[in-house]
Design a protein around this ligand. Structure first.
Ligand SMILES: C=C1C[C@]23C[C@@]1(O)CC[C@H]2[C@@]12CC[C@H](O)[C@@](C)(C(=O)O1)[C@H]2[C@@H]3C(=O)O
Ligand SMILES: O=C(O)CCC(=O)C(=O)O
Ligand SMILES: [Fe+2]
Length: 353
């Protein structure tokens, strides 16, 4: 779809896409078919009527805002991110940077409480909010993965969800905070006395129009895991890369979840589902906050694709690998590097992506 830019300064046309919207209350067979189509075409979709209670989301978002509103020195007590903890600007271990502050959280039930005392002044409130949120989004992720397996006519319908239900699942939660472009020099810490969302927004979130917004918050990448369940406040910034290399914005919707296929699910579907590259831009005047749940396999799980997804016309595309192997590759590479290609089986009559 091509729409005229709403930005009065830029007259050029920008492309926008309406992501597929999956209504989880619709008829099951229809939902599973629709999910497969969405994952084959976009690798990204929005989910409504997802069943995650509003108060669970609000409690987690409030904790998130409270943390990022703290003075820098206090936030640093929860860092550095090795790999869990608080980070600012530096992403990963190989020199990537972005205009983002974040908190990477180990969500293993045994680890949730540990570490929360460097994050919150009320650690049990923080860990309760975190475990409530994680349990709810994990349930949602499992439901979606089972529906995907049904839509693909895979006999063992828990083949994907089993990994993230496993007690040893390596799933994690990432909280991202993108301060507005206009006030880069003013840290969110300066409005820790102010509130958000349902309360009046901090003044920083109200600044005037700033047309030339091209600062990258979180650079181009694909998510390595199985499935990502992303929730953001009402501020845009997420963009996905479409086949012609163009970046298209995804409109924010705090009542929905934005779901995307990760590299492991692309491998487990023999390349049928796409782990699409995306990025997050800094907003001109408002703060964006996002919470991303990354559903991952246990470290020693062997990642293979179910036999139903291999055919003479669709030969096996990736060699089996463990999540530990994949993680090693991912941490040794830059954010924007493609890791899945390292696991691709050669084929003479197929060009390598
Ligand atoms: C540069 C990097 C950051 C990242 C690990 C990596 O080496 C390559 C993948 C990056 C990514 C992207 C999606 C998630 O935000 C993330 C937590 C993940 O699992 O892979 C990050 C990693 C990170 O920030 O540690
Ligand atoms: O903040 C966003 O919307 C995107 C974040 C993201 O892609 C990530 O954390 O992997
Ligand atoms: Fe991502």
């Amino acid at each position: 779809m091509v729409v005229a830019s709403t930005d009065p300064i830029r007259s050029a046309k920008i492309r926008a896409i309406d992501l597929p919207i999956v209504d989880l209350l619709a008829e099951r067979t229809e939902v599973s078919k629709f999910l497969v189509k969405a994952c084959e075409e976009f690798g990204f979709f929005k989910v409504i009527n997802h069943g995650v209670p509003k108060d669970i989301i609000t409690q987690m978002e409030d904790e998130c805002f409270e943390f990022f509103s703290k003075p820098v020195s206090e936030k640093q007590r929860a860092g550095p991110p090795n790999p869990y903890g608080y980070g600012s600007k530096n992403i990963g271990f190989n020199g990537d940077v972005g205009e983002v502050e974040y908190l990477l959280l180990d969500i293993n039930p045994l680890s949730i409480f540990q570490g929360s005392n460097t994050i919150s002044n009320d650690p049990s409130k923080f860990s309760n909010a975190l475990s409530g949120y994680v349990e709810a989004v994990r349930g949602l992720a499992c439901e979606i993965l089972d529906l995907m397996a049904e839509g693909l006519w895979v006999l063992d319908t828990s083949v994907f969800s089993r990994f993230i239900r496993d007690v040893d699942s390596d799933s994690l939660l990432r909280l991202n905070y993108y301060a507005p472009l206009k006030d880069r020099d003013t840290s969110p810490s300066s409005f820790h006395h102010l509130q958000h969302q349902h309360h009046p927004l901090p003044p920083l979130c109200y600044h005037h129009h700033h047309p030339h917004n091209n600062k990258i918050g979180f650079g181009e990448h694909s998510d390595p895991q199985i499935l990502t369940i992303l929730r953001s406040n009402d501020v845009g910034g997420l963009q996905i890369s479409v086949d012609d290399g163009e970046w298209v914005p995804v409109s924010p919707d705090p009542t929905a979840f934005c779901v995307n296929v990760g590299d492991v699910l692309q491998a487990m579907t023999n390349g049928r589902f796409l782990s699409v590259r995306h990025r997050a831009m800094v907003n001109s005047n408002k703060c964006r906050m996002s919470m991303a749940y990354f559903g991952a396999p246990p470290l020693h799980a062997s990642i293979t694709c179910p036999p139903e997804l291999i055919a003479p016309t669709r030969p096996q595309r990736y060699r089996p690998f463990t999540w530990a192997e994949y993680k090693k590759a991912m941490y040794s590479l830059r954010l924007g590097d493609s890791r899945l290609n390292l696991f691709r089986l050669h084929s003479d009559n197929e060009s390598r992506e």
